[in-house]
Every structure is written in C-alpha cells, then in structure tokens.
Design a protein around this ligand. Structure first.
Ligand SMILES: NC(=O)c1ccc[n+]([C@@H]2O[C@H](COP(=O)([O-])OP(=O)(O)OC[C@H]3O[C@@H](n4cnc5c(N)ncnc54)[C@H](O)[C@@H]3O)[C@@H](O)[C@H]2O)c1
Length: 370
C-alpha cells in the first residue's frame, strides 16, 4: 500500500470492515481481498461500461494471485436494479457452483453495488462481498453502510437488506473515466456531509470544490475520506436507521419527489436531485426562520458555482404545481401516517428530523419555487 492510500475502519463489532481510498487500488485488489477469502473463488459483478474501463485490471490482479474468478456483466443503468435482472443475476451466480465461502465483488456504481450486495445478502442465505465503487457517488455514499436493494414497480429500493461488505476499495483513479455530470452528482452527496455535520468541511469545499471535481489527488482523497469517515461514524452509531442515520437522507425527500416526477430518468440524476433537494430544504428552513436567508443563499451559490442544477426551471420542472410535489413527497418512505417528515437544517453543519412538517407552510413554499 502506498502512502497515497488511506484506510478507515467502519466499527460494527464482528461486522467491522475497512475502507481504502486512493489511486490504483484495483490493480492491487487481490492483495486486500485474499486475506478475507474463505474459499479461493470470487464472482465479479459489473456493468458493461465499467467493465470496459476497470475489469481487465481487476481480473489481472486476481489471476496474478491465483484466485479463481468468474464475471457477470449487467447492462448499465437503473433498470438493472429490477426484479427480472436480479433473478437472472442470482441464477447466473448460482450456476457457477458457488458455496458459502465464495466472495462476490461489486465493481461499479451504486446500481451494481446495491444489486450485488442484495445478491450477497440472499444467495445461500448470505455470502461475503466486497465493494469496489467506481462512481464518486458510490465511493462517498452507496458503498458504505450496508444498505442493499432493488427496485419494484411500486417504488425504488423497496426490497432490500442491511448487509455489510467485508471491504470497500475506493480507487480514485477510475473516476477519470466518469462523465462530468456523474461526477458532479456524486459531489452533491459530498456537500451533504458538510451541510449536516461539519461547517468547516463545507467551507473547505467552497474553496477546494473545483480541485476535487478536477480530480486533483490530494483534495479528492480528502473529500472522499472525510465523507466516508462521516458516513462510517453515523452508521456505526445507528446501523439500521433508527436515529441519526436518517440525517443522511438530507435533501432526499424533496429530491425523491423530483426524481419521481422525472420518472427516475437521465433528465435528473439521483445526486442532482439531492443537490436540488438540499437547496429546497435550506430555502424552506429559511422560510421557517430556522436558518438565515444568507445561509440558504450560500448553499445555493456553491452548488450553482459547481455547475449543479439549483432551480426547478433548469431541469424542466419550473411551474410544477405544489400539490404534485407534495403528492410525490407523500409516497416517500420517510412519510409516516400521512405526515411528512423532513430533514431540515438548523445552520450550515447541523440538521435535524422534523417529524411533522407544517403542511400549509410547505404547500405555500412549494407554490413559489421556480
Ligand atoms: N445503498 C445506498 O446506501 C445507496 C445510497 C445512494 C444511492 N444508492 C443507489 O445508487 C444508485 C446510483 O448510483 P450511481 O450514481 O453510482 O449510478 P450508476 O451505478 O448507474 O452509475 C452511473 C453511470 O456511470 C457509469 N460508470 C460507473 N463507473 C464508471 C467509471 N469509472 N467510468 C465511466 N463510467 C462509469 C455506469 O455504467 C452508469 O452508466 C441508485 O440506484 C441509488 O438508489 C444507494
């Protein structure tokens, strides 16, 4: 391991695991995976796009260490997270003759990570898996914390399991292949950590955000490490989202409503929706006098400067009726007994769960957003 690689532990008792962040980790992946193997058999799951960029290096590393491996490739995109694809994936993996000691490796973005993690949680009643996240979003968010799952026609991520990986390898080199828009979508999740927990980190991002998104090695590594450390800390204290972990959904209830409206299509990426959701949460909190208008402007200004959408009109949703957004928000998992729970800021660096948001104020606010 070079000094450019940093290691972080997610403390979950016997389910604890390491996250490694740094360049060229895929090339030497076998070195980290090998000590975890109970059987020298690995099944790599990836998508076709990621495979083109990253699979040869991973296979080279596994072969070099004499570890038998098979590969299953999925089509890229959110559609891959449905029941049909999951069924086929599960049977393809089983057909390799896997045993309880076989290791799955998820090589890809959040889609591959979620679906592979769910396969690991369920095949043979649970086998080990390693996450090798290849999008910025997956490196700072979805690969850490053990939420796995697939979508249904009724809604997203409604079938799933809490199931922790044995290791996360966040290879920052692979991000050079990622389209800028995908990179920025992941950056929005990085900003989220500053907004909910750490004003100093947000202030640092205001200065260094460009360097992070230009993939300058040191700022990029710091941004990914800080995000993972914050998520790891929250997950360690509340693995099954009974308390503080809900704060990680900051921006998600508004964002999810916008994703529903755009049909979870490429019109609005998940991270973009979260970015817009955070802007709306700050604006609404300013309306409720929880934060100052200046703080809300500061958040919007930063996301704007980075090139993320911060207005509904930019994503073709200007003039959308408030009741439509509210109806979508009402279908979010964070809604209990017809009441809308919202994660709102108290200042930059601190957020809380408002269990019963004032609906009239919310409707009034939403009817004025552009
Ligand atoms: N489990 C969790 O805690 C959690 C948290 C947040 C999001 N998610 C889930 O994550 C998913 C979104 O993840 P995502 O944004 O990574 O999307 P994704 O996995 O669809 O990846 C986005 C696109 O980038 C491509 N790609 C991936 N890595 C690449 C690389 N290095 N170079 C070039 N192209 C690359 C993929 O092929 C895909 O087309 C959603 O399904 C969401 O529900 C899960």
């Amino acid at each position: 391991m070079t000094d450019e690689v940093e290691r972080l532990r997610v403390e979950l008792g016997e389910r604890s695991y390491d996250i490694l962040v740094g360049p060229r980790l895929i090339e030497s992946a076998a070195r980290e995976i090998e000590p975890l193997l109970r059987r020298r058999q690995v099944v790599v799951v990836s998508d076709e796009t990621v495979a083109r960029h990253c699979l040869p290096a991973l296979r080279g590393s596994l072969s070099g260490a004499g570890i038998a491996h098979h590969t299953v490739l999925l089509p890229p995109g959110e559609e891959t997270k449905d029941l049909d694809h999951f069924g086929r994936l599960a049977e393809e993996i089983l057909a390799f003759g896997i045993e309880r000691g076989t290791m799955l490796v998820a090589l890809g973005g959040g889609v591959v990570g979620d679906v592979t993690g769910f396969a690991a949680a369920t095949l043979l009643r649970g086998i080990d898996f390693v996450q090798i996240p290849t999008t910025l979003l997956a490196q700072v968010d979805s690969s850490v914390g053990g939420k796995t799952g697939i979508n249904t026609r009724i809604g997203k991520n409604l079938i799933g399991a809490f199931y922790q990986p044995r290791l996360v390898l966040a290879d920052t080199t692979v991000l050079t292949n990622l389209p800028r828009r995908e990179l920025l979508a992941g950056y929005a999740e990085i900003v989220k950590y500053g907004l909910i927990r750490d004003e100093r980190f947000f202030t640092w991002l205001e200065a260094e955000g460009d360097a992070v998104c230009e993939l300058a090695p040191a700022p990029l590594r710091r941004a990914v490490m800080t995000s993972c450390a914050m998520k790891a800390g929250i997950v360690a204290s509340d693995e099954r989202e009974e308390g503080d972990r809900a704060l990680l959904n900051f921006g998600h209830t508004f964002g999810h409503a916008l994703e529903t409206e755009t049909g979870f299509s490429s019109q609005l990426l998940h991270g973009e929706a979260v970015g817009l959701g955070m802007v709306l949460a700050f604006d609404f909190a300013a309306r409720l006098d929880l934060v100052t208008v200046e703080e809300a402007h500061r958040v919007r200004r930063h996301l704007d400067k980075m090139g993320l959408p911060t207005r509904l009109s930019t994503i073709g949703l200007g003039g959308i009726p408030a009741d439509r957004i509210l109806a979508h928000m009402g279908k979010d998992k964070k809604v209990r007994n017809g009441r809308i729970g919202l994660i709102l800021p108290l200042r930059i660096g601190e957020a809380f769960v408002m269990k019963d948001a004032p609906l009239d104020n919310l409707r009034d606010f939403l009817s004025g957003v552009a």
